[in-house]
Design a protein around this ligand. Structure first.
Ligand SMILES: [Zn+2]
Length: 237
């Protein structure tokens, strides 16, 4: 179940990662700012969308005059890191590399790399409105459910977080039989995941759903997810 969900060869994937690490700071920043256009700037104070640019990269609301940074309130704004590091983190995520590998390639501490991976996971989970409660709890250290229901959906799977709280991990699976390959692998490895803390288990399951259903374009999807504004109740880190 740790299968690498990439649509390209390893050689190509690693060469793409190398290209990202060699980008100069300005190029990388432009890539991130460009991605922000998919989710236009909104004033963090009054919600107004008429925003203009100030010097030094800051933005100002035309209505209430509040000024803020381009990533404020977005998932991307949770960590103040160079754009190249963000892009490397997204690439590592696409490749199925974990925090340890990211820490090495981007020269980060392991806790920072783990936080980046977690923010990517949360941003992707937040694309599913049914997961807002879980994401909010994961982001704020609240109680996260350990109950899930996994359904077969077309060729893929759908993971639902169930509201009932309990200390034991409960994962309802479709009956064994004509299930997708991803579910077979899941059954084989589920006990390992069940030992994870509740928040990590929830985010891992949601990530697994995404990887099971989608083989390509994870880099673009993660970038799109990260430039979204965080749901209400998720504080800037
Ligand atoms: Zn405003």
């Amino acid at each position: 179940m740790e299968e690498r969900a990439i649509g390209t060869s390893w050689a190509q994937a690693l060469s793409e990662l190398g290209t990202i690490l060699k980008l100069d700071a300005t190029q990388a920043e432009l890539m991130l700012e460009d991605a922000c256009r998919r989710e236009p700037h909104v004033c963090r104070r009054c919600g107004n969308e008429r925003i203009y640019r100030l010097g030094g990269g800051r933005l100002r609301c035309a209505e209430c005059r509040y000024s803020f940074r381009p990533f404020t309130g977005r998932w991307l704004g949770r960590h103040r890191l160079p754009a190249t590091v963000w892009l490397a983190a997204i690439k590592c995520f696409e490749l199925g590399l974990g925090a340890r590998e990211l820490a090495q390639v981007a020269e980060l501490s392991l806790p920072t790399a783990a936080e980046l991976e977690r923010t990517i996971q949360m941003s992707l989970a937040a694309l599913d409105p049914q997961w807002t409660t879980v994401v909010r709890a994961c982001a704020s250290g609240g109680d996260v459910t350990r109950s899930f229901k996994i359904r077969q959906q077309g060729d893929g799977v759908k993971v639902e977080a169930l509201p009932e709280a309990g200390d034991d991990v409960r994962i309802d699976l479709p009956p064994a039989g004509s299930t997708p390959d991803s579910l077979r692998a899941f059954r084989a490895g589920v006990r390992r995941w069940a030992r994870l803390p509740a928040d990590r288990l929830a985010l891992k399951l949601k990530e697994w759903e995404l990887r099971s259903n989608r083989r390509t374009g994870l880099f673009e999807l993660a970038l799109e997810a990260l430039v979204r504004y965080m749901p209400a109740g998720v504080a800037d880190a």
